[in-house]
Ligand binder design. Structure first.
Ligand code: COA
Length: 619
């Protein structure tokens, strides 16, 4: 416990005012006293760890997702943007969609037969097998809205109830049964069903109100509306069909926007609002593919069942399937007499119309507020960083801190997701990147730029990189601080203890407001991930390091006077160039990366020490 206190101290001392720090210090010391509250909670957590696969999983899922009340688009659902497609005509885009759905069915077969190869960790501490559970939740899950807490519904894998997908077109929702007369549809059947759906969607007389909009609303608002909807059997049936589907495929009309990286990312995150494609979505469904007639394609995902890394593995499979396996249209035998696709019907009332209008307005506000900038930094990529014998991820994190400091003159509580899939049911913990060493470095590159020598600057850069690498290794080996504190906090509530002061203290509250929320989502196929900020005055920054360039998707809100995605990107660009120049002139790459790893092991004891609360590793 004492050691954890010291780590926490390291994390926050330079981020809060001295007076507040002293107050927090005494609260933490009291919490950690022998025989005190901290010890009691730790014992309870240890008991829990004996009886569960993963002591933090449920707490984490509730805290990170299910208890959150903000709307899913932008605030929670990440998107993966596929390369822009060059469709010659509308039919071409439907062929693409049919090919994609065929790929999904192939991938699903691997999941159902448990034939996916086990992933192994790469990068830091490479070679450990990783928990595969998230893959088994890609297609069989649904986030059901609740008045206070949502529920992650999990259908049995391979269940016969789940033999359909939902196709959205012109804000209409259609059911595509994938098994007809005991035969799975072939690609040409899928295409023919899609064509029929498009025709049906064009029939304005039968058009239904844009109910998908409701899923874009705040979670409590959507849960309240859903309670109204299910009073009617027609709505109840439509909802039941959607909630059990494998995935949603959204056939989008051209958005009319100029098709660049940023606009494509926006269309994935929020669909451009109700006037564009924002209602042609069902945001609760974890796997939702978008195929736009104008070539804008990707996925937008409900995040609670899986992480971006698993999403990348699935979508890369699909991209490779689509480029590597020729479309089977025209060659396969078709299932004869396909039934007409079913359009989902909705019963509406003036009250429901009012709710739809309110949801549309709230989505529009979110759309107007999002400030997004997707930027390809082309001066160098991760190979240059590796040549410096530095961890590319640590280097990029330090560059993000430098950019933030340049823009704001201070560092803030920062989140970097660290995979803990080395542990059974492991999801992520947090690498707190705003370290004191990084603060010293960013000051050297700004406030103290002219007064410090290059050798001092490079020394500080190395200190920052090593500190960041240490924190990364700690987090991925189950030694992160955030999950542990969350566990202590939540177990105090489970045993009906009054909330300990450590968790109501201003420092704790502020240290969980992630003004900078960052994540590495690397891809081996041309595509990129993006997501929104997690606080109103914050940035979301997703990056994809490639051998010769670095791709950044930066988001913030126009409503905040403290942020601007374009200004942040400019500062990032400048900092990355200055860091390269510093390395070129002053870095003497240490003889090997092992030096850094050894330093890490020495300071953290990683690999030799069990996590503070045991987690079950994979066998
Ligand atoms: N010298 C030279 N090369 C180095 C080095 C050094 N000092 N340190 C690392 N490298 C190399 C690695 O061997 C690796 O090589 P590879 O590209 O051949 O695999 C590469 O640089 C990348 O390593 P690094 O930059 O240190 O990062 P990492 O791959 O270990 O990733 C995290 C670090 C934290 C991003 C990763 O552990 C993680 O948790 N990823 C998941 C994040 C996540 O969940 N995102 C989605 C959230 S929705």
């Amino acid at each position: 416990m004492r050691e954890r206190e010291r780590e926490r101290e390291r994390d926050i001392k330079h981020l809060v005012k001295e007076e507040q720090y002293q107050k927090t210090k005494s609260i933490v010391e009291k919490f950690g006293e022998p025989g005190g509250t901290g010890e009691l909670l730790q014992e309870k957590l240890l008991e829990k760890s004996i009886n569960t696969h993963n002591w933090v999983y449920d707490y984490w899922l509730d805290d990170m997702y299910l208890n959150q009340r903000l709307a899913l688009p932008v605030n929670s659902n990440p998107a993966m943007v596929f390369p822009k497609q060059d469709f010659r005509d509308h039919k071409d885009s439907l062929k693409f969609a049919a090919h994609l759905i065929t790929g999904v069915l192939e991938y699903k077969k691997h999941i159902d037969t448990r034939a996916l190869p086990v992933d192994f960790s790469r990068g830091q501490l490479a070679g450990t097998p990783l928990c595969m559970k998230q893959y088994y939740r890609l297609f069989n899950t649904y986030r059901l809205p609740g008045l206070k807490r949502d529920t992650l519904v999990i259908h049995e894998t391979g269940s016969t109830e789940q033999e359909h997908i939902i196709v959205a077109c012109k804000n209409q929702f259609f059911v595509m049964d994938l098994v007809v007369k005991e035969k799975t549809l072939k690609e040409m059947d899928i295409l023919s069903q899609l064509e029929k759906m498009v025709k049906m969607a064009e029939n304005t007389e039968e058009r239904q109100p844009p109910f998908g909009l409701l899923t874009s609303d705040g979670r409590t608002e959507w849960a309240q509306t859903r309670d109204v909807l299910i009073k009617d059997s027609v709505n109840r049936e439509s909802l039941a069909v959607i909630e059990k589907c494998l995935c949603v495929v959204c056939l989008d009309d051209p958005s009319g926007m100029e098709v660049g990286d940023t606009s494509r990312a926006l269309l994935m995150l929020h669909g451009g609002g109700h006037e564009k494609m924002g209602a042609n979505r069902w945001y609760d469904k974890p796997m939702q593919f978008v195929v736009g007639e104008d070539g804008v394609c990707g996925t937008v995902c409900e995040h609670s069942p899986f992480e971006g890394i698993v999403l990348v593995a699935c979508t890369e499979y699909l991209m490779k399937f689509m480029t590597g396996s020729p479309s089977k249209i025209g060659r396969a035998t078709s299932v004869s007499e396909l039934p007409a696709p079913r359009r989902l019907l909705w019963k509406t009332t003036p009250h429901i119309q009012g709710l739809l209008k309110a949801s549309a307005e709230r989505l529009q506000r979110l759309v107007r507020d999002l400030d997004m900038d997707v930027h390809k930094f082309e001066v160098y990529g991760k190979e240059f960083i590796k040549k410096q014998k530095m961890s590319p991820d640590a280097y990029i994190q330090v560059s993000l801190q430098l950019a933030f400091y340049r823009c704001n003159g201070r560092l803030v509580s920062t989140y970097e997701s660290a995979s803990i899939r080395r542990f059974h049911e492991g999801r992520v913990d947090n690498i707190r990147s705003a370290t004191p060493e990084t603060l010293a470095f960013v000051k050297a590159m700004t406030d103290e730029k002219t007064s410090l020598s290059d050798s001092e600057k490079i020394k500080r850069l190395w200190d920052a990189i090593n500190a960041q690498t240490n924190s990364t290794i700690a987090a991925i080996t189950g030694m992160g601080i955030d999950n542990h504190l969350l566990g202590l906090r939540e177990i105090s509530q489970e045993i009906h203890m009054e909330m300990p002061e450590i968790f109501t203290d201003e420092t704790y509250v502020a240290s969980n407001q992630f003004i900078l929320s960052t994540s590495q989502v690397p891809t081996t196929v041309e595509m990129f991930c993006c997501y929104g900020p997690v606080v109103p005055n914050g940035y979301g920054c997703c990056y994809n390091p490639q051998a010769d360039h670095l791709l950044f998707s930066v988001t913030s809100f126009h409503g905040s006077t403290e942020t601007s995605s374009a200004v942040f990107i400019k500062a990032l660009d400048e900092g990355l160039v200055e860091m390269r120049d510093l390395c070129k002139t002053s870095n003497k790459p240490q003889s090997n990366a092992a030096a850094a790893s050894k330093a890490v092991e020495k300071s953290q004891g990683a690999g030799s020490k069990p996590p503070s609360t045991p987690q079950k590793t994979l066998k």
